[in-house]
Design a protein around this ligand. Structure first.
Ligand code: HBI
Ligand code: FE
Length: 276
């Protein structure tokens, strides 16, 4: 049965990936030989530009783990990264043709398999792309999977997602993912730093999220964060800050069912709302 692609955002764009080659669980093989010289050069240029600006902006845990991705001048083979990643936190990268529906996504996470989109943006998309490509998924997400607390938090998120799907609460839970794994900030000894993949893979949003006076920065709070809407195609107007990865893991380790019930009767917040 050919799996159906997922469209992102307002659903006007056809997805980029070739879903016909995906298995029933949406995974596919990373066809490394299909990458062109231009693809590898795009990855090299993205890697170089992003890495030059990490000091003082990216979480130290990210900076320390980044070399585990291996190749800097070409798109790495996922199997090469898996050797180290599995030893470190028992996670495994699997290739996917792009965004996949929530339940297959949650199932992969619940089994410590991280879906990595296997195509890369075109050179003309160097500065911005809406859908996650291999640079966003590999560079943005994978180094943090070497951190034991994030590794366990991501598996819990997958398990929690399967439960949320049964409870009709995926939208609230996806906001937690968005404001932590994608756009989370952390207070470290050196100051405020980014650990979210959407920030760490973006040349513009990395300095903006940590240094700009424009957005508001609030302590991560489940009831506030899961009721705060987000936009997928602009810099965030609100960032949520944690004090440590242990805090993130402990704060989210419990059963969310009562929280979903409690939030159903409460107002939501716009992405730029200042109210508490
Ligand atoms: N699919 N490949 C992929 N990568 C994601 O990060 C992803 C996804 N599907 C759904 C999704 N993220 C979010 O909606 C989660 O909150 C479920
Ligand atoms: Fe992502």
């Amino acid at each position: 049965m050919a799996v159906q692609p997922v469209v992102y955002g307002e659903g006007t764009r056809p997805p980029r990936g070739d879903y016909a080659r995906a298995n029933d669980d949406y995974t596919c093989a990373q066809d490394w030989s299909a990458y062109t010289g231009q693809d590898h050069d795009t990855y090299r240029r993205l890697y170089e530009r992003q890495t030059a600006q990490l000091p003082g902006l990216a979480s130290q845990a990210f900076i320390d783990a980044l070399p585990r991705l291996g190749a800097k001048d070409r798109i790495p083979r996922f199997d090469d990264i898996n050797e180290q990643l599995h030893k470190a936190t028992r996670w495994e990268l699997v290739a996917v043709p792009g965004l996949i529906p929530e339940e297959p996504f949650f199932s992969l996470l619940a089994n410590r398999k991280f879906p990595v989109t296997d195509w890369i943006r075109k050179p003309e998309e160097f500065d911005y792309i809406v859908e996650p490509d291999v640079f966003h998924d590999l560079y943005g997400h994978v180094p943090m999977l070497f951190n034991p607390h994030i590794a366990d938090y991501m598996q819990n998120y997958g398990e929690g997602g399967l439960k949320a799907a049964r409870l009709g609460s995926c939208e609230m839970l996806s906001r937690l993912y968005w404001y932590t794994i994608e756009f989370g900030l952390i207070r470290e000894a050196g100051g405020l730093r980014a650990y979210g993949a959407g920030i760490l893979s973006s040349a513009g949003e990395l300095p903006y999220s940590v240094q700009s006076p424009e957005p508001q920065r609030r302590p991560l709070d489940l009831l506030r964060t899961m009721r705060t809407r987000y936009k997928i195609d602009s810099y965030q107007q609100t960032y949520f800050v944690i004090d440590s990865f242990e805090q993130l893991f402990e704060m989210t380790a419990g059963d969310f069912t009562p929280l979903y019930e409690q939030m159903r009767g409460m107002p939501e917040f716009a992405a730029d709302a200042c109210a508490s």
